[in-house]
Design a protein around this ligand. Structure first.
Ligand code: URA
Length: 442
């Protein structure tokens, strides 16, 4: 088989066979197929699409291009949650302890974040001493003992996707639903969980900007998961404004702690209850969604979930006192307010600008070698629909460097749109997608 012929076939809009797709993935992973041929095929797929069968084959070929985790050493049904990413998304920090407090095992391998803030494991490193590079032995033993471990990704999970995603990133071939769905699902399948709950974001801070595209991606991923025997469902949730108020690693950890104390933002708790309900239903605790929501609220009210976070932090070498005393978390040295220039209603928040402003402060990675500053970030005080007076504080900036702060404030100039009209806010939970079909929550 020749890669040239595979490229030409897809260029001409024809359907690739399973053998052709596996030939490409194997050759690209082992380096016998060069980047320039892989780029050409990615562009041909981008332009001509893939059928359901081609997408499923590509997913499985990438999932099996490296290690496939065997979670049999963990007792019970293993549930994984994945978010397509957004600004201020700290759900894993809240959701993990809530679900584990109900004795559902949370065995989470997370990557480090690229972009506006770090990923979950970067955020967890805000706890002094917290170790994300724990051994496999300790990972499994912690999950069995306290029902939760969150570690940096080890091993060689879906290396074909790693290579192909990096290539797509620089060849303008990311935004294709089949390619995105197979990329995400290959990693989820290799990560070994029995049940997969997906949080597909939609809006200005998501890479799928419209509900239609997000819904199509959600449906495609649910189909792939169910076809390979994993119980899979997706929630399409609004990312037209940051989730909660805090954007920045330690600041997000503080907000997660507030939420587990019952004092956090409503949108964050609502999303965690929604996703958590599907997780615990997937694990077989109940098949009644209202009951699932009640169980999750109870572990927040009783502080069981907060104490579970403290157990997680302690089990991975961190200072659990920081869960109960937020003063022990990293703090920035410069605090500055960003005030409104006129009265009005917040009609729009350009999420990407908020994310960029947090990254410029040093809270996110511009490239994979950047070192992030865990203490910096932005705490918003106004969300879409809120009224704001001229001179009122819209956002508090936490910084460690005046130059970065000034650059960040400049980025933030275009983040808020204030209008005279009262504005309608889109619903947080927009669709629920299961194997059975789609529920429109509007
Ligand atoms: N995230 C992924 O992991 N892959 C994509 O293709 C896009 C987003």
């Amino acid at each position: 088989m020749r890669m040239y012929d595979v490229i030409a076939k897809k260029r001409d809009g024809k359907e690739l066979t399973d053998e052709e797709i596996c030939f490409f993935i194997k050759g690209y992973t082992d380096g016998t197929i060069p980047d320039y041929q892989a780029s050409a095929l990615a562009m041909a797929i981008y332009l001509n699409g893939m059928t359901e069968r081609e997408t499923a084959t590509l997913t499985m070929a990438m999932a099996h291009s490296g290690d496939v985790l065997n979670l049999d050493r963990i007792e019970g049904i293993k549930v994984d949650k994945h978010s397509t990413g957004g600004v201020g998304d700290k759900t894993s920090l809240v959701l993990g302890p809530m679900v584990a407090a109900l004795d559902v095992p949370v065995a989470k391998m997370s990557g480090r974040g690229l972009g506006h803030t770090g990923g979950t494991i970067d955020k967890l490193e805000s706890f002094p001493g917290f170790v994300t590079g724990i051994s496999e032995e300790q990972f499994f033993s912690n999950v069995n003992r306290i029902k939760i471990a969150i570690a940096g990704q080890t091993g060689n999970l879906a290396p074909a996707d790693k290579k192909l995603y990096a290539l797509r990133d620089v060849t303008a071939t990311v935004e294709n639903i089949s390619l995105i769905a197979s990329s995400i699902m290959s990693k989820k399948i290799a990560a070994g969980a029995d049940v997969i709950v997906l949080d597909v974001k939609t809006g200005s801070g998501a890479f799928m900007k419209t509900p239609e595209k997000s819904l199509a991606l959600a449906k495609e991923m649910v189909k792939i998961g169910c076809n390979v025997g994993k119980k899979t469902m997706a929630v399409v949730s609004n990312m037209d404004e940051p989730l909660g108020y805090a954007v920045g690693n330690a600041l997000e950890v503080k907000e997660a702690i507030d939420t587990l104390n019952g004092e956090g933002p409503t949108d964050l708790l609502t999303l965690c209850i929604e996703l958590g309900s599907h997780m615990i239903m997937g694990a077989g605790l109940t098949d009644d969604k209202a009951e699932a929501g009640k169980m999750l609220r109870e572990v927040v009210d009783s502080k069981k979930a907060l104490n579970k976070l403290a157990e997680l932090v302690e089990a991975q070498g961190g200072d659990k006192n920081a869960v109960y005393n937020k003063e022990l978390l990293p703090k920035a040295s410069i605090i500055r307010e960003f005030v409104a220039k006129h009265d009005g209603y917040v009609s729009h928040i350009e999420c990407d600008e908020v994310g960029k402003a947090a990254m410029v402060l040093g809270g996110g990675r511009e490239n994979k070698d950047s070192i992030i500053d865990l203490s910096v970030g932005i705490v918003l005080h106004k969300k879409v629909g809120d009224f704001v007076r001229k001179g009122e504080n819209i956002a508090t900036f936490h910084a460690n460097d005046e130059d970065r702060l000034n650059a960040s404030l400049k980025c933030f100039e275009n983040a808020y749109v204030i209008s005279d009209e009262v504005v309608h806010k889109d619903k947080l939970i927009q669709y629920i997608v299961t194997e059975e079909g789609v529920t429109n929550c509007e």
